[in-house]
Write a protein that binds this ligand. Sequence first.
Ligand SMILES: NC(=O)c1ccc[n+]([C@@H]2O[C@H](COP(=O)([O-])OP(=O)(O)OC[C@H]3O[C@@H](n4cnc5c(N)ncnc54)[C@H](OP(=O)(O)O)[C@@H]3O)[C@@H](O)[C@H]2O)c1
Length: 289
Amino acid sequence: MAARPLDIDTAWELVLSAVDRSNVTLPFPGTETPAVRINGQGSWNLMQPATHEAQSLLSVFLPLCRPLPDNAQLNVIGQLGQSLDGRIATVTGRSRFINGDDGITHLHRIRAVSDAVIVGAGTALTDNPRLTVRRTHGRNPVRVVIDRHRRVPDSHHLFTDGEAPTLRLISGTYSKPPHAEVPPGVTDVPCLGRPEDDAPVDPAHILEVLADYGLRKIFVEGGGVTVSAFLNAGLLNRLHVMVAPMIIGSGRPAFSLPEIDLLDDALRPRAQLVNLGSDMLFDLDFSGT
Ligand SMILES: NC(=O)c1ccc[n+]([C@@H]2O[C@H](COP(=O)([O-])OP(=O)(O)OC[C@H]3O[C@@H](n4cnc5c(N)ncnc54)[C@H](OP(=O)(O)O)[C@@H]3O)[C@@H](O)[C@H]2O)c1
């Protein structure tokens, strides 16, 4: 029996050791004492007392670690960090920092359990993000930017820092890569049709391209236009909305979906609410909706 209840740092180590595993008992790191049992259907049981924060972390992240049984299956999670009034940035595009420290750590944790992290050209251009795991342990995902018109400068971090491979999805006709693996460095992937096309590319096609590169656990990190396109296409298995106690009153909206008249037509996924500290997390489960 462990002397102390399982804390949040230990819970995170357990999450990392649970990636792509099922039907296993995970011990406390560095011991043989059983801590968590992961069952075949993605359910899990705690085998030791744990703090409230540790239990919340396990309940949010263990479903994301489940192995995908069949080669064709993908797991796609979206996120947005928004103010109380549903904004993800000011009118001029400033979004640093709507979410507090705990929300940012949460974002890095989602990256750490994902094969790939996707951002739209708007986010890559405005924020110049690194999309790496810096606030916690874990590996960096492959970085993917949807940039049909090559609007994002070559000097931005994604293309220069060498911290993780980057796929730049651009206009052009797609041909499947010879091997299901991502080369190191920056790879331009023509797959988004003609440059003069304005209509959004079907996000399902983007997922097929990523699957051809062996990427199956996909994190759609932003911004609002990109996450909304995946949500509208019914391609998100889960969505993490982090709400900060802040009112901006104007600015870029989180979600933009086709207009509806009746609230019966609104999306009502199963929801788990988790107090992250600085932000409130809505962990939304769209499987089965
Ligand atoms: N609070 C948060 O969680 C958060 C997260 C990320 C970003 N942000 C903020 O959000 C703002 C940017 O978000 P945004 O919604 O304006 O833009 P965005 O989603 O980052 O980028 C949208 C652009 O990406 C390309 N794109 C995305 N999906 C596509 C598709 N299916 N087919 C073809 N092209 C596609 C298009 O580029 P082209 O128009 O060039 O074709 C589209 O205009 C920034 O201010 C950033 O700071 C906030």
